[in-house]
Design a protein around this ligand. Structure first.
Ligand SMILES: Nc1ncnc2c1ncn2[C@@H]1O[C@H](COP(=O)(O)OP(=O)(O)OP(=O)(O)O)[C@@H](O)[C@H]1O
Ligand SMILES: [Mg+2]
Length: 630
């Protein structure tokens, strides 16, 4: 084929590929235009997930009749005129591409009336011929852009669109993101004639923050639950300011689906930022959990490059390290205000804390010792104390036998703690001969509430009890699911859970699937669901949290495909949340039962995340550690 200049409409269609990949990207671009035009009210109407129709009306400055045709051309913008403007840009748009891209892949028309013009004018664009049709129209001051039949002329791309529901969900998410960046704008969103979102203007942001904690907008977008669990803060340093809401670690999620970060009002997904925030949560959050936040970074626009991504979703900081440090510190400090008890109850550690407090309670009843100290007393200064070169004080432990010390312990703390202590006092059955040792041995102790020590035939086995239990539960749930035998346990008091509307929708759509795994869920009202039964296996799990996680998993991954994969994922999440947590004291019988279960369960050597569940040190390796036999 000879080299030839491509026709304009084809150039535009190709260029559109970068900016417009689905209806939600159109909505994002159009909303940004409205905000740049100074609108204080924006109404979004959709049909068929935005594929058939997107209509966005604003009360912004409008576009004059003679500029309308220009606005539709590529690289036509009123927002920058020079490179210098670009380096300090504060408007959402600046590339002059959105309208021409949208026009190239749909049937688009614009009606607009600027204040200084008598009558509104409508232009519609024919993407095949590039011709514009202009006629008088009626419209209040502002602009309405109508985009119909997306990708009607690019069938290949149309095929990539998902169901109307999925596309709608993406649009709704886009509207929420933008609504959080523009509090001074009122938004409505309706789909197929039904209003789904109504976010009134927040006239005075400071006042709303002070008087209601930002309730209106944050609650409208993220739900009351988020607000209840989040802390508002604001920190300044030189020319930087970070403010917003960071949710307590308790409110952690399994997906990064509640992370909103704005740089000078532009929502961005940036590695530096994501890492900085995660870093701030790192001491509080189990590493697979995701924090929830809405944060606003204000900074000198010259210090951040916004022109690095066609969809303007990424930015580049001139001094990334400084931003990282500032954000991470600001969030850490904000979180430090949360009482310790609250913090430890996060995500996977939620049950830690509960279990931990049981433990604390039982040890509290002992007169003299805080839970973390060994109750077996020996004075470090007594006996054969000596300093080595590092200045470390070493003293030989009391030579008394284990049982003597056990007696001493009981005497000191009284008999109330007998049960807790029972786990520590376990011994290997005396009769066990070599051949009778099961592969993972006999449990002797549960240490730090997390690990089982077991004497095996050849040495010492250490087991991560939670990881092992999780794997076993997962395999069992899978088996039961395959055999259709998951047993549901009706709840005496149905559990009602407040969720977002989208989540309630998902729960409703997937009620069959939930039922198959023992969860009977009904929708009650717009944003509430009721759990009527749970799988027997999960009686002690935090069902509410489990449900939220599963819903956010489904929302994130789409839901109309590979149901079995979802189910496995769901089972895996269920197993994870239903499993023994660190800090829950296990009795010897429980520990041995777990070891035997592990021996029977396939894949039990690895937890669901691929980490090992147990390791063994042979007697030989132990000898080596103590330099024996040298
Ligand atoms: N809703 C609107 N109200 C007023 N003017 C608008 C509106 N939408 C677009 N315009 C005008 O049309 C021009 C072109 O819009 P377009 O979205 O294509 O480019 P842009 O916003 O300048 O840059 P970008 O491609 O980065 O979005 C804008 O610069 C603006 O002047
Ligand atoms: Mg634009």
């Amino acid at each position: 084929m000879p080299i030839q200049q491509l026709p304009d409409h084809l150039i535009n269609q190709i260029a559109a590929g970068e900016v417009i990949d689905r209806p939600s990207s159109i909505v994002k671009e159009l909303l940004e235009n409205c905000i740049d035009a100074g609108a204080t009210r924006i109404d979004v109407e959709l049909e068929a997930g935005g594929i058939r129709l997107i209509k966005i009306r604003d009360n912004g400055c409008g576009i004059s009749a003679d500029e309308l045709p220009i606005a539709l051309r590529r690289h036509a913008t009123s927002k920058i005129a020079s490179l210098d403007d670009l380096t300090a840009v504060l408007t959402m748009g600046f590339r002059g591409e959105a309208l021409s891209s949208i026009a190239a892949v749909s049937r688009m028309s614009i009606v607009s009336l600027p204040a200084e013009q008598d009558h509104a004018v409508e232009v519609s664009f024919d993407s095949a011929t590039g011709e514009l049709d202009t006629r008088p129209a009626s419209h209040a001051i502002g602009t309405t852009v109508t985009v119909a039949d997306l990708f009607f002329n690019v069938p290949a791309r149309r095929k990539f669109l998902k169901t109307e529901k999925t596309e709608f969900n993406h649009i709704e998410a886009a509207v929420r993101k933008i609504a959080l960046s523009a509090w001074h704008v009122g938004f409505t969103l309706s789909h197929n004639g039904k209003q789904v979102l109504n976010l009134p203007v927040v006239g005075d942001v400071q006042r709303e923050l002070i008087e209601t904690g930002g309730e209106g907008r944050i609650k409208g977008v993220l739900g009351a639950e988020f607000l209840e669990n989040a802390l508002y803060f604001s920190r300044d340093a030189d020319d930087l300011r970070l403010s917003g809401w960071a949710a307590k670690a308790t409110f952690s999620r399994s997906q990064a689906d509640m992370q909103y970060f704005y740089v000078n009002s532009r929502m961005v997904r940036d590695k530096t930022i994501t890492h900085a925030v995660k870093h701030a949560y790192s001491d509080l959050l189990y590493h697979s959990r995701q924090p929830a936040y809405v944060l606003y970074l204000e900074m000198n626009p010259r210090e951040v490059d916004v022109n690095v991504h066609p969809g303007k979703l990424e930015v580049r900081f001139r001094d990334g390290r400084r931003i990282h440090g500032f954000v991470s510190r600001a969030v850490s400090e904000a979180l430090a205000v949360v009482p310790l008890d609250d913090q430890s109850q996060n995500g996977d550690e939620a049950t830690h804390a509960t279990a931990g407090s049981h433990q604390a309670a039982s040890v509290e009843s002992s007169p003299a010792y805080p839970p973390h100290q060994t109750p077996i007393a020996f004075d470090v200064n007594e006996g054969a104390g000596r300093s080595d070169r590092s200045g470390f004080q070493y003293s030989a432990p009391d030579r008394g036998s284990v049982s003597q010390r056990g007696d001493l312990y009981r005497e000191l703390v009284g008999s109330k703690t007998k049960d807790v202590n029972a786990a520590q006092a376990a011994t290997v059955p005396e009769a066990a001969s070599h051949s009778e040792f099961p592969p993972l041995g006999f449990a002797v102790a549960h240490i730090h509430g997390a690990f089982i020590l077991s004497q095996s035939r050849d040495g010492l086995v250490m087991v991560d009890a939670h990881a092992a239990h999780e794997r076993i539960s997962y395999e069992r749930l899978k088996d039961e699911y395959d055999n259709g035998s998951i047993r549901a346990q009706p709840l005496l008091l149905p559990l009602s859970v407040h969720v977002s509307e989208a989540e309630a929708e998902l729960a409703e759509q997937h009620s069959e699937m939930f039922l198959k795994v023992g969860l009977q869920i009904d929708r009650r009202g717009l944003a509430q669901i009721v759990v009527r039964s749970i799988p027997v296996e999960l009686q002690s799990a935090d069902v509410e949290k489990l449900l939220r996680d599963v819903l956010s998993d489904i929302a994130e991954n789409g839901y109309s495909f590979r149901i079995r994969e979802e189910i496995n994922k769901l089972l895996s999440t269920m197993a994870c949340h239903g499993s023994v947590r660190a800090n829950r004291p296990l009795t010897v019988t429980e520990m041995n039962a777990l070891l035997r279960d592990m021996e029977r369960t396939q894949n039990s050597g690895q937890c669901n995340h691929g980490r090992p569940t147990w390791v063994e040190l042979s007697v030989k390796q132990l000898d080596g550690l103590f330099l024996r036999g040298r």
